[in-house]
Design a protein around this ligand. Structure first.
Ligand SMILES: [Zn+2]
Length: 238
């Protein structure tokens, strides 16, 4: 069971990549952690799964259209820093489901040893290089101040009106967007992926230029800090 559901790899000294077999168990394990970190509604709050499900159906785009909980299909990757795990270890989110317990158990020793790290995750049944790159970009943005300041310099090249377009885009994703504190990081990560931005018809020369600079920044950092043993980033399949 547990060992079949996911594989954890340390891909840089401060980043763990959790690869789930399928998106359903990934979302079961990570949705409350993720919403606690970056939801416009749940950030920093204690809440039950039922509450999240109800809120998501009433507020997300597909939820409103279908009346169903489409979270498992909507979100292809997850990311958050290790501090987010703390209230979950301290019993604030009881009861925990099986997948949440399994994730917490897997990282318990590292947390108890005082290790600070970042977790990113995707699932094999939806894996794309772009999702991996998007989540990896979040990890570097949070963990590496040099990466972050260079990424912010690159974003600084965007005109105010283009920045506003991106902010509106990020805020409209799946009809719910992100907590305010997470917007700049998400703009950077969506420009790394870029496919999603393009698919919305937002393919402007300035975005393309910034996308190329950001992806080469991410390349450089991952080539330097990545351990080279696991690199879906550089291969189209794993
Ligand atoms: Zn993101």
């Amino acid at each position: 069971m547990a060992e079949n559901r996911m594989t954890i790899r340390k891909i840089t000294p401060a980043i763990y990549y959790v690869e789930y077999k399928e998106r359903f168990s990934m979302a079961r394990a990570l949705m409350r952690l993720s919403e606690y970190y970056d939801s416009p509604h749940f950030k920093g709050k204690i809440f039950g799964s039922e509450e999240l499900i109800k809120w998501y159906i009433s507020n997300s785009k597909k939820g409103k259209e279908t009346g169903k909980f489409t979270y498992y299909d909507d979100w292809e990757g997850f990311n958050f820093p290790s501090e987010i795990l703390e209230p979950f270890y301290h019993g604030k989110f009881d009861p925990l489901n099986t997948e949440e317990k399994e994730l917490l158990e897997s990282f318990r020793e590292k947390i108890e040893a005082g290790e600070k790290f970042y977790i990113i995750a995707t699932a094999l049944d939806i894996f794309t290089k772009e999702v991996f790159q998007h989540e990896l970009a979040h990890a570097f943005f949070y963990m590496n101040s040099s990466y972050k300041s260079q990424a912010l310099d690159i974003l600084g090249e965007l005109s105010n009106s283009n920045l506003k377009i991106l902010r509106d885009y990020v805020n409209s994703i799946h009809g719910i967007g992100y907590a305010e504190e997470r917007i700049t990081d998400e703009i950077h990560a969506y420009l790394i992926t870029y496919d999603d931005v393009k698919a919305e018809g937002l393919d402007y020369p300035e975005f393309r230029k910034v996308h190329e600079k950001l992806i080469s920044l991410l390349n450089r950092f991952y080539e330097t800090e990545g351990n080279g043993e696991f690199s879906p980033y550089f291969n189209s399949t794993i």
